[in-house]
Structure formats: C-alpha cells, structure tokens
Design a protein around this ligand. Structure first.
Ligand code: FES
Length: 151
C-alpha cells in the first residue's frame, strides 16, 4: 500500500505484488494497474510510453483524444488500453480498415453470411479493430488516501 501522493499524475510506478511485477498508473484521480508482462513476447510492458490516441475529425486535422490512455510496450510497440488491457495497434500495422471485395452471385453471399464466414472483426465505436492480445489487469483502488492493490 502506498499513499496517493506517492504516485505522480500521468506516470506509473512499478511495484512488487507477491512476487509479481505490476505497473500502477495514475491518470488524474484515476488509477489503473496491470501486470508488467506483455502478452506478446513477455516484454516489460509497463515501462513503455503512456500516450493518448490521436484522432482525425477531418482530413489534415489531428487531435489527441481525452479518453483512457494507452501504454505502448517498449519491445515491439503493441499498444494496450489501460482500462481493459485490450491490444490495439501493433508493430507493422497501420490504423486503417481493409475490406475484401469480390463479385459474387447474391445467393452465394447470403449462404456465406449464414455460415458466419463473412463476419468481419468487430470495430469499437471509433472504428478501430482490436488486436489479438490482452494484458493482465490488476484490481486497484484508493482508500483513505492510500492506493490499494488487490491480488
Ligand atoms: S513483447 Fe511487448 S510488444 Fe512484443
């Protein structure tokens, strides 16, 4: 248990929880915690760069979102949502959607949809498609000005 004041806003501390390395992140008054172990190739995930996601409301204009930040693994760059642990953009990937296009007779397309073969990955509300990895989250909360980690 550490005091809230020991955690700098916008940064993280790496702590040992029963022999496991855990990153505890403070973003304003909100705390997040996840194992310091990247599900990709077991890199020190929580030592990576914390950043907001860039968004482009119109071509040529870029802003930084004010949502939950991401942590980018320092080894290969997979990005993880601090709140859910879900991976998003990985190395070598571009943040663009790709569509397979084919000309098919109408009855054949209908049969593929019924078999579930044509179902695309489901994007989130921003149109982003989730990556294949999910970081291990750790329960963290504030109690009487102390940060408590549940293991
Ligand atoms: S080990 Fe983290 S991205 Fe590869």
């Amino acid at each position: 248990m550490s005091r809230v004041a020991d955690f700098p806003d916008g940064d993280r501390k790496i702590i040992d929880v029963n022999g496991r390395s855990v990153g505890v992140f403070r973003i304003g008054d909100t705390f997040y915690a996840m194992r310091n172990l990247c599900p990709h190739h077991h890199g020190p995930l929580c030592l990576g760069r914390i950043h907001q996601r860039p968004i482009s409301p119109v071509p040529g204009v870029f802003e930084m979102s004010d949502g939950v930040p991401y942590i980018a693994c320092p080894w290969h760059g997979w990005e993880y949502d601090l709140e859910t642990g879900q991976s998003w953009l990985g190395p070598g990937h571009v943040d663009a959607r790709r569509y397979d296009i084919a000309i098919e007779p109408g009855n054949q397309v209908l049969e593929e949809e019924e078999r579930g073969e044509a179902a695309p990955a489901v994007p989130n509300s921003d149109g982003r498609i989730p990556g294949p990895y999910r970081a291990d989250l750790v329960q963290v909360y504030v109690e009487d000005e102390y940060v408590v980690i549940d293991d």
